[in-house]
Design a protein around this ligand. Structure first.
Ligand SMILES: [Zn+2]
Ligand SMILES: [Zn+2]
Length: 335
């Protein structure tokens, strides 16, 4: 497939898309009904449908029964850690294997022409981004994800929080289910913006940002505080009059969905004709420039409202550089 039909490659070999990511149409033209259909299809398919399929497999086959989960114990907590760990190994590992190890599409659609394995660095354990990110995903990322999961399931099992039934509250639960990506967007933007405050950045978030050229294993390579806050998005379902299935979906969207920003390719070629959009560009730019795109897809355009939106265009680049220059001038004036 010819990626130059869709974008351009600079002297370094880095590829950038011709079309820039946009915030959803309804923020300017909410009554354009034709666009709602296309939007809703993309809203569900393929990524959220995948997260729901994973969640239903958890719910029907993998979760311990709620009677067991009334009592906190290592047994079922470790079981859930294993389930999450194996699930992530299968999903992230296959993308890593085909696109980074086998390099089945080379650098086509790849934002950064280098692969992390070609760039050893002292900031990483064993000088390797891949080994470092993989290990930190398993000793920090998935551990604190599982802790959030255990606390939520235990709370529901004991009815410490409202557990709404689908048959009694179908409309509210459907609304809540549809709102999960919006909850994710607001929660992620907020905690992410907070951990960019310099002192927190230094102690917490810089670990994740060591990967300037992110790859699949970078996704959950986070400091324990960050991974707890990030997966803590599912705690909203303890107070929103929800139900454990929706809470679990929200949590899996965070855990399995973290890879989207870190795939490193704009499109994954599945075969000669079919590609899968990664939605990675905005977060790739965040790893590259640090102080832009704190949110996810811009579903709620928080970055636009707060002036940190960068869609890869020249205007966005100029805006960012002007903002940085003003910041440097402010800091110099203080000295
Ligand atoms: Zn990231
Ligand atoms: Zn960040």
């Amino acid at each position: 497939m010819d990626d130059l039909q869709y974008g351009t490659r600079n002297k370094r070999g880095d590829w950038a898309p011709n079309t820039h990511p946009q915030i959803p149409f309804f923020w300017s033209k909410p009554l354009d009904l034709g666009k709602w259909v296309t939007f809703l299809v993309g809203y569900v398919w393929p990524w959220n449908a995948f997260h729901m399929a994973v969640t239903l497999i958890y719910w029907n086959y993998l979760l311990p029964d709620f009677e067991t989960m009334k009592t906190l114990s290592w047994g079922w907590a470790l079981w859930l850690y294993a389930v999450n760990g194996i699930g992530i190994f299968a999903m992230y590992g296959s993308i890593e294997f085909f696109y980074y190890w086998k390099r089945r599409q080379g650098t086509r659609f790849k934002y950064n022409s280098k692969f992390p394995s070609e760039q050893p660095s002292d900031v990483f354990w064993f000088k390797s981004q891949n080994i470092d990110n993989f290990l930190k995903s398993y000793v920090y990322g998935i551990v604190f994800w599982t802790l959030v999961e255990v606390l939520i399931l235990w709370s529901f099992a004991n009815h410490y929080v409202p557990w709404l039934d689908w048959s009694a509250h179908p409309v509210w639960l459907a609304v809540l289910l549809l709102a999960t990506p919006l909850i994710h967007e607001v929660h992620f933007f907020t905690i992410h913006r907070i951990i960019h405050i310099p002192i927190l950045y230094k102690w917490v978030h810089s670990l994740h940002h060591n990967s300037v050229n992110p790859s699949p294993w970078s996704s959950l390579s986070m400091h324990p505080v960050e991974t707890f806050l990030y997966h803590g998005v599912a705690f909203w379902h303890l107070v929103l009059f929800s139900n454990p299935l929706i809470a679990l979906f929200q949590l899996n969207m965070a855990g399995y969905g973290a890879i989207n920003g870190h795939i490193g390719f704009d499109k994954l070629e599945l075969n000669d004709e079919t590609t899968l959009d990664s939605h990675a560009y905005l977060h790739y730019l965040h790893h590259k420039y640090f102080e832009v795109n704190y949110g996810g897809d811009g579903l709620i355009p928080l970055d636009q409202w707060f002036g940190s939106w960068h869609d890869g265009s020249k205007e966005a680049q100029d805006r960012m550089e002007a903002r940085y220059a003003a910041k440097v001038a402010r800091l110099n004036a203080k000295q």
